[in-house]
Design a binder for this molecule. Structure first.
Ligand SMILES: O=c1ccn([C@H]2C[C@H](O)[C@@H](COP(=O)(O)OP(=O)(O)OP(=O)(O)O)O2)c(=O)[nH]1
Length: 192
């Protein structure tokens, strides 16, 4: 269901820990931004440098009290990913609504150069989203579908299982004595 933006607003209590009181509270940067940025609450005099391939748990100094029925997702910032190869290792990180600990961001440097994370640096973004909780019911028989167990590229690509199957089923043009004619041999030599 598409709702007007103002209908989507939910109040979220957020507590700034002692090591983040001087850092700005997160805020949406545009009227319709889906997420707000999280900043690094690393000590000012002790930035974290990630060498290529390294990862680290970066504190945000924030604790959220998410409303029941919601979650928060920690996602990468595309600018950092595109420019430096810096991304969120477990993206999207899941923040449960009953979590009352500090939110941390697991950053990994997939780039080619070391990247230094300074205090206050915008390192990731957080999206608040509704969740659906399933009531799992064990069942021995499940309803049938057209797809069945097909997956992992079973539809739509030239190399898919179904088109490979079709190729297999293509009738073979036989020549006398089941041998290829000279012209056919020439054609297959050209890769047709
Ligand atoms: O990027 C993340 C992911 C998780 N968390 C916090 C909030 C979340 O509610 C809690 C647990 O996360 P998750 O369920 O992903 O971790 P787990 O490895 O399954 O641990 P647990 O057994 O504590 O659930 O850790 C973060 O601060 N940052």
């Amino acid at each position: 269901m598409i709702r007007r933006p103002e209908q989507n607003n939910v109040k979220v209590n957020v507590r700034r820990l002692d090591h983040a009181t001087d850092l700005p509270l997160p805020a949406y940067q545009t009227a319709e931004a889906a997420g707000f940025d999280l900043v690094a609450a690393v000590p000012a005099g002790n930035p974290v440098t990630l060498s290529p391939g390294d990862s680290a748990l970066i504190p945000t100094g924030l604790i959220f009290e998410l409303p029941k029925g919601t979650e928060a997702q920690v996602r990468p910032r595309s600018g950092l990913a595109a420019k430096f190869g810096l991304t969120v290792l477990n993206s999207p990180g899941t923040i449960d609504s009953d979590y009352r600990g500090e939110v941390s961001v697991i950053l990994i440097n997939l780039g080619k150069k070391p990247f230094t994370i300074n205090r206050g640096e915008r390192i990731a973004q957080m999206i608040i989203a509704p969740i659906i909780r399933a009531v799992l019911m064990e069942a021995a028989v499940l309803s049938g579908t057209k797809r069945g167990a097909g997956g992992f590229g079973s539809t739509g690509s030239a190399t898919s299982a179904s088109s490979a199957q079709k190729k297999k089923q293509k009738p073979v043009t036989k020549t006398r004595n089941n041998k290829k004619s000279k012209s056919q041999l020439k054609k297959s030599a050209r890769g047709r």
